[in-house]
Design a protein around this ligand. Structure first.
Ligand code: AR6
Length: 182
């Protein structure tokens, strides 16, 4: 576990579905109907209440799907977290399709949702770096910058966790961010 940004950002490893936080962020797709990776794990561990609310959101707010970079909140069902914030990261198409801006927006809009509901603790997976193919180093720098800018301007959420699936991914994040700072 490593603390950055004066303790506002905590880098840790493990299964994000086990985090006891106010909100876990889901690396979803626009359909909000579930999938593999983090999305599959969250729906499996949280149970059917999450999908039920996702269907309501599709019907009431986003009939054509949640746009890339946006975020939406549901119950966390049986997860130890209180809520799930679903966001859609960009699919990597080589870097010239606004992938950087859209990834930053996914982090920022998720944090905005958390702040709006006065959530103090939020846990992010490494959005877009699995199925969606975003290069991990580049995603690390964007995630770090997005959260850093947010934390400077906002006191809520108080603590932001980046949860990596493996120690290698956590180490790669720390190297990428360190290289950026130097
Ligand atoms: N806890 C923490 N991190 C995880 C976990 C977990 N339980 N499982 C995977 N990771 P991905 P994406 C890491 O593919 O790239 C889904 O099908 C994983 O190692 O979950 O945004 C959705 O429905 C990787 O580094 O998300 C979408 O269709 C990171 O989480 C699509 O995948 C993100 O990998 C979204 O793709």
């Amino acid at each position: 576990m490593t603390e950055l940004l004066n303790g506002r950002l905590i880098i840790t490893t493990g299964d994000i579905t086990q985090m006891e936080v106010d909100a876990v962020v889901n690396a979803a797709n626009s359909s909000l109907m579930g999938g593999g990776g983090v999305d599959g794990a969250i729906h499996r561990a949280g149970g059917p209440a999450i999908l039920k609310e996702c269907k309501e959101i599709r019907k009431n707010d986003w009939p054509d799907g949640l746009p890339t970079g946006q975020a939406a909140v549901t119950t966390a069902g049986e997860l130890p977290a209180q809520k799930v914030i679903h966001t859609v990261g960009p699919v990597w198409h080589g870097g010239d399709s606004q992938e950087d801006e859209l990834l930053e927006a996914a982090y920022r809009n998720s944090l905005d949702k958390a702040a709006f509901e006065a959530m103090q603790t939020i846990a992010f997976p490494a959005i877009s770096t699995g199925v969606y193919g975003f290069p991990k180093d580049r995603a690390a720098k964007i995630a770090y910058r997005a959260v850093g800018e947010y934390a400077r301007r906002n006191t809520v959420p108080r603590t932001i966790y980046f949860v990596f699936f493996s120690q290698d991914d956590a180490d790669a994040f720390l190297s990428a961010v360190d290289a950026d700072a130097g």
